[in-house]
Design a protein around this ligand. Structure first.
Ligand code: T5A
Length: 207
């Protein structure tokens, strides 16, 4: 598949600072003179945003149904938004992607890894991020930050600390298994510090 741009994803648990850092990274890359598209999951395209409302709206889907729906949304996002942007030479920064399914539906809710990888194969046809930044911080700090953000908790944020610890452990395992694609970022320092570390890391890995 022809691809001229670069695809970067940010991952991590609730309140890790992904949205904040995705915006900071977009600004940094724009300063480098690069064309940037900032997007998010679930969502990032009209159909996928409709599926996001179903996913986060507490419809009470079972974990496998959730995984199927998240990949339907991801497929729409890929085809409608990500691929065209990459083909046009843009640097795509995406707030969450397939690693969130591995962590939340897989490590968090017990969907078998083989099923998730099979769905990823069908939906993505081998396309994925060149670089994934995994923002890591203790669960209690992330949850406190998410609460301070001041919007109503979504259904995942309402789940207990043990669930969120499985998510954190899951992201760490994913990053350890794919060091060529993933980079762990300590998300406990302040916004400026984390942004500077991410900018340096991206400049080094994707000059
Ligand atoms: N999901 C998603 C799945 O289950 N499977 C999937 O495949 C996918 C793609 C998405 C939910 O969907 C689930 C996972 C999620 O539960 P969402 O509304 O998009 O939900 O929420 P999150 O992605 O979880 O986003 P959050 O807002 O919770 O976290 P962020 O984006 O990591 O954090 P951010 O940047 O919004 O910051 C949170 C607060 O902390 C402050 C910010 O100002 C903000 O108030 N903050 C900091 N404070 C101190 N120091 C720092 N370094 C800070 N960085 C940010």
């Amino acid at each position: 598949m022809q691809q001229h741009g670069r695809f970067i994803t940010l991952e991590g648990g609730e309140g890790a600072g992904k949205s904040t850092q995705a915006q900071r990274l977009a600004a940094h890359l724009a300063q480098r003179g690069l064309p940037v598209l900032l997007t998010r999951e679930p969502g990032g395209a009209p159909g996928a945003e409709a599926m996001r409302r179903l996913l986060l709206g507490g419809a009470g889907l079972d974990p496998m149904a959730e995984a199927l729906l998240v990949f339907a949304a991801r497929r729409d996002h890929l085809v409608s938004t990500i691929r065209p942007a990459l083909a046009a030479g843009m640097w795509v920064i995406c707030d969450r992607f397939t690693d969130s399914t591995r962590a939340y539906q897989g490590y968090g809710q017990g969907v078998p890894a083989a099923a998730i990888e099979a769905l990823a194969g069908i939906a993505l046809e081998g396309q994925g991020p060149a670089l994934t930044l995994v923002l890591d911080l203790p669960v209690e700090i992330g949850m406190a930050r998410a609460r301070r953000r001041g919007v109503a908790a979504d259904r995942y944020e309402r789940l207990d600390a043990a669930f969120h610890q499985r998510i954190r452990d899951g992201f760490r395992a994913i990053a350890a298994a794919e060091p060529g694609r993933c980079a762990m970022v300590d998300a406990t320092p302040g916004v400026e510090d984390v942004a500077a570390r991410i900018a340096a890391l991206v400049d080094r890995r994707l000059p």
